[in-house]
Design a protein around this ligand. Structure first.
Ligand code: ATP
Ligand code: ATP
Ligand code: CA
Length: 220
């Protein structure tokens, strides 16, 4: 489904979001107060405009309230980031993702109603650390502050040859298996209770991050 996105702030973070959305065929309005940054995105984004997003009338004239998603990717100017996030939420945008540069900034953004707060350096640090510590977590996506999708390698023989039903998987781990990867080309999606887990499988699970970590420990 095609949705429309507005990206405010075209630094490395906002810029890479913009680029990825465009590559995925989405419509993107790119906004930055810095003309050079906007020029870089002139031929990439659907529309690119030079504007100070802190100015409420500017946000209105850009029709920000009609966007499905707005990304506030202003970093260092914390006051601007907070003010813009607040205004965009007040205008009724349903999905507002805001970038935080530190823990306090993240807390304020969360309090004023940002739907998702990302703290790229911290979040990537967490992700990289999980990958380094764990021999079992192959990949990891945080859907919210508490919920993740993870690909977990089955490396405990207690799981081999048992069905999801026999393992009582959902009740025991609080996680739903959305896919079982058997090999590069063999992926079983939405597995039923009868589906058997085998050695060398990996499980794509969704649930609370704390439960993913418990499953990971069980694999060691
Ligand atoms: P990144 O860390 O993502 O690379 P950066 O360090 O280059 O970003 P930041 O200070 O995080 O820069 O700001 C990101 C972008 O937001 C910059 O391009 C900046 O011009 C833009 N920006 C800052 N304030 C506003 C504003 N009020 N309105 C529009 N754009 C703004
Ligand atoms: P539920 O109410 O949890 O769906 P159920 O008895 O209606 O249970 P069944 O499809 O019969 O569902 O599965 C029996 C058990 O097998 C489930 O309770 C769960 O523990 C496990 N199970 C089945 N499918 C999955 C899955 N995709 N991910 C995790 N566990 C599963
Ligand atoms: Ca920065």
């Amino acid at each position: 489904m095609k949705q429309n996105f507005a990206i405010i702030g075209l630094g490395r973070f906002g810029g890479s979001i913009c680029q990825t959305l465009i590559e995925s065929g989405q419509e993107v309005l790119a906004i930055d107060s810095n003309e050079d940054r906007v020029n870089e995105y002139m031929n990439i984004a659907t529309h690119a405009v030079v504007a100070n997003a802190q100015d409420e009338s500017t946000l209105r004239s850009l029709g920000i309230r009609n966007f499905d998603h707005v990304v506030v990717a202003i970093g260092e100017d914390i006051q601007a980031s907070i003010l813009v996030t607040l205004m965009v939420k007040e205008m009724g945008v349903p999905n507002v993702l805001a970038k935080a540069v530190n823990e306090y900034h993240a807390r304020v953004l969360d309090k004023i109603g940002a739907d998702l707060v990302v703290h790229p350096e911290r979040d990537m640090g967490i992700r990289v650390a999980h990958k380094m510590i764990s021999r079992n977590i192959l990949d990891y996506i945080e859907l919210s502050n508490e919920v993740s999708i993870a690909e977990v390698r089955v490396s405990n023989p207690k799981f081999y040859g048992k069905t999801l039903g026999q393992l009582n998987f959902r009740q025991r781990f609080g996680l739903t298996v959305v896919a079982i990867r058997r090999s590069k080309s063999d992926v079983i999606t939405s597995p039923a209770a009868e589906e058997m887990v085998r050695e060398n499988d990996s499980l794509l699970v969704v649930g609370e991050t704390a439960d993913v970590d418990i499953l990971d420990e069980k694999m060691n």
